[in-house]
Write a protein that binds this ligand. Structure first.
Ligand code: KG4
Ligand code: ZN
Length: 335
């Protein structure tokens, strides 16, 4: 079988990443340079700083990916790059760099949607996945439920009407003084919480559609946190646990409702929040009794990386779906 080697480049937020993947499956290298320690000092991603760090690091990260793959640039078949959605200045760094490479090497350029990348991370870890499936994409910027006919064909069933799940984790962590990024901090704090010690609403659980809303949960969490602070009963672990459980309950129930309605036997989790252990465990447990298989990527592939971009790039390659050297970055994009 012919081997198609694709270089993936990712710079949509605060990770500069490059990877080489063969035939959309075999990862030869996967380099991620994270800026988290830099942005941590500011309590969140500072877009201007992110762009500047990407431009400093992108050439080294790419060289490292080629070196780890044991390949020279001329051996690549195509360059795939995230061009949407994300921070515009950050995206432009990856897009310009990928264009320059494609231009100088005379290799095809492929534009990849970052959200498709997150979904594809599942395929890298679990090539045995059977479709159709329902996929829950939960990241810092998105919360969407999709019906997936196969690995490249999707239909949007619902999405958040306000905050994304990761955004809610980040905001709650910030006002509770837990730091950035919020998801892992809340998860850690929740480990010592007492279940049922506090009560928060399961917002939008019975909305009658597959949309989500987390702004109300965030406000309810903030109000309850202030109230307990005033009465001297504030308890970080209990609060973190109830917030996480309330959010996970809604994500899991809606996903499984969709799986039942669309009669699928496979559920996929994707995006940074899919790294959450409570979400993984609750989804797996509640799906099992309904005879539904749940897949999620390994921790590393849940968060931003370029292997998932190279993976999606392979399918564009097979379809002859190449980008011109005039492609732009887009801050907003759906599926
Ligand atoms: O997918 P990602 O790396 O970047 C975006 O495309 O947004 O997702 C980042 C988000 C952040 O909001 C972060 O707090 C959240 O994923 N996250 C988590 C966990 N790890 C990362 N949320 C909950 N639990 C985690 N363990
Ligand atoms: Zn992402």
């Amino acid at each position: 079988m012919e081997e198609i080697k694709i270089l993936g480049i990712e710079s949509s937020c605060d990770e500069t990443a490059a990877a080489v993947v063969v035939n959309g499956q075999r990862i030869l290298s996967d380099i991620v340079n994270t800026q988290v320690p830099i942005h941590q000092q500011f309590g969140g991603v500072v877009p201007e700083i992110a762009s500047r760090k990407h431009i400093e690091n992108i050439a080294q990260v790419t060289s490292a990916a080629l070196k780890a793959a044991g390949l020279s640039f001329t051996e690549l078949d195509a360059i795939a790059v995230t061009n949407r959605p994300g921070l515009i200045g950050a995206l432009l760094v990856g897009v310009s760099f990928a264009k320059a490479l494609a231009y100088s090497l005379q290799k095809p350029l492929i534009a990849v949607n970052h959200l498709h990348g997150h979904i594809y991370a599942n395929m890298l870890d679990h090539p045995e996945i059977e479709y159709p499936a329902v996929c829950l994409v939960v990241s810092g910027g998105h919360t969407s439920l999709l019906y997936m006919k196969d690995v490249t064909e999707y239909q949007l069933l619902g999405e958040t009407i306000d905050d994304a799940a990761g955004e809610a984790f980040d905001k709650v962590a910030r006002f509770m003084g837990l730091g950035y990024p919020g998801g892992p901090k809340v998860q850690k704090a929740a480990e010592n919480g007492k279940a049922g010690a506090l009560q928060l609403p399961r917002v939008y659980l019975n909305s009658g559609n597959y949309d989500f809303s987390f702004s109300g949960l965030k406000t309810a969490t903030m109000n309850l946190w202030r109230k307990t602070e005033q009465t001297g009963t504030a308890h970080v672990a209990d609060m973190a646990l109830e917030f996480q459980t309330a959010l996970v309950d809604v994500l899991v129930e809606k996903t499984l409702q969709a799986a039942a309605e669309y009669q699928v036997k496979t559920v996929l989790l994707a995006g940074g929040v899919a790294a959450n252990t409570a979400l993984r465990a609750t989804m797996t447990e509640r799906a099992k009794v309904r005879n539904i298989a749940v897949y999620f990527p390994s921790f590393h592939l849940c968060t931003d990386n370029a292997a998932m971009i190279a993976g999606v790039g392979y399918h564009h390659f097979l379809q002859g779906d190449f980008a011109g050297l005039d492609i732009n970055a887009q801050s907003q994009a759906a599926f």
